[in-house]
Design a protein around this ligand. Sequence first.
Ligand code: IPE
Ligand code: IPE
Ligand code: MG
Length: 246
Amino acid sequence: MDLKAQIQSNKLPNHLAIIMDGNGRWAKQKGMVRVIGHENGTKSVRDVVEASAEIGIKNLTLYAFSTENWKRPKLEVQTLMKLLVKSLKKEIKTLQENNIRLMAIGNLSDLPKKAHKELLEVIEKTKNNSHMTLTLALSYGSREEIIKVIKELTDKVKNNIISVESIDESIINKHLYTHNLPDVDLLIRTSGEHRISNFLLWQIAYAELYFTDILWPDFKKDNLYEALIDYQNRERRFGKTSEQLS
Ligand code: IPE
Ligand code: IPE
Ligand code: MG
């Protein structure tokens, strides 16, 4: 049966986040170098962005590079950055045609100059697009983000801009990289790893988690539909009882 047809358009996650994992293992299984896995991973990005826009997801956030990933072999890091530039150059047209806005979260100034510049350009060019917001997490670490928030808030308290008493969830949300995004509703991780790896710790407080063994370069539209159908069959209680919801 057509999976796409089973998705209810009124129950879509408002914010879908994905930990795209398994590129290296995908390549290794095929007797190829890790980088080939990353190259093929970009094809899945395309597929998933396209599918998300088609079905009407408003916010899609992809974990592309973590603060910890800087510890990888230099050549792999360089190749990932080159792939980023290449993809940005290649996909800008598709983003415009599909009215998709690009954003980025993370310590962007850590990116190589060329990648940083290209990224800011695409962000600027697509800033008025409104069909979907695609956010790339680049040099992103959730703990780093939370430390940034604490520093900014303590600074504001020190300078009497805000009071300690006024600190609440909404102020914290406003200082996160994700300040213009809603909470994550569904978090998908591919490749069989059951962990969060420092991704959006605050923002996934009530997210539904979906893990699949499929390696990222094999994750295609139908795999996304399966995850969405699974999500739509769950009861999100937010601490309440089932009876209270109905
Ligand atoms: C995800 O795939 C891509 C990045 C983290 C940049 P990996 O490169 O982590 O692939 P595995 O987990 O080693 O298979
Ligand atoms: C998480 O994947 C980061 C990204 C997908 C960008 P990793 O492969 O780096 O995570 P760990 O090291 O297995 O936890
Ligand atoms: Mg990995």
